[in-house]
Design a protein. Structure first.
Length: 182
């Protein structure tokens, strides 16, 4: 059991919260936007911005926990822990969803995408090119692909998290009485 003032507690708490919100956003995306690839893609972008905002909020809360001042390292640590947990939720949910809940998901999305492109009367070579991207999806949803995706997501999210920590950092103000005199 962690002490009440553990430096990891906040990152764990917000990682769990972000992970749960991530899953809710994925359920909405997979269940309600997959019939239209345009909405599916737009919702994916909006969802990712929401997740990034939650990581930023984690940094804000860590800075507040530190008394309103914090170094980049201290703020980033909480954000990084939240990223590790949230992305783990993402990978586990996707593995369960695509393996057990809706194994035909990508085939349905592929069919919906094909129908929209044919309705838009795109040239066949463009359609073929776009359909090639669905071949890689099967590999991405297997354990090895999920682990690779986890690593990539952690790296990308960490870049944002580090930028957030830099934005949020503030150094402690030194009282005038402690300033060295020349």
């Amino acid at each position: 059991m962690m002490p009440a003032n553990s430096k990891y507690r906040l990152g764990i708490r917000y990682g769990l919260i972000t992970g749960i919100i991530y899953i809710l956003l994925l359920v909405i995306r997979y269940r309600y936007t997959s019939s239209n690839p345009v909405y599916f893609g737009l919702f994916a972008i909006v969802s990712y911005f929401i997740i990034l905002l939650l990581f930023f909020f984690t940094g804000i809360m860590r800075k507040k926990e530190l008394g309103g001042t914090g170094e980049t390292k201290d703020i980033f640590q909480a954000i990084f822990i939240a990223i590790l947990i949230a992305e783990c939720f993402y990978v586990l949910f996707n593995w369960i969803y695509f393996k057990y809940i809706d194994p035909a998901f990508w085939e349905k999305l592929k069919a919906a995408s094909l129908a929209i492109m044919e309705k838009a009367k795109l040239p066949q070579d463009q359609i073929d090119e776009k359909m090639k991207s669905f071949k890689d999806v099967d590999q991405q949803t297997k354990p090895r692909g999920l682990i690779t995706g986890y690593g990539t997501s952690v790296v990308v999210d960490s870049i944002f998290g580090f930028l957030f920590a830099i934005i949020l950092r503030t150094k402690k103000k030194v009282p005038i009485s402690e300033v060295p005199k020349n």
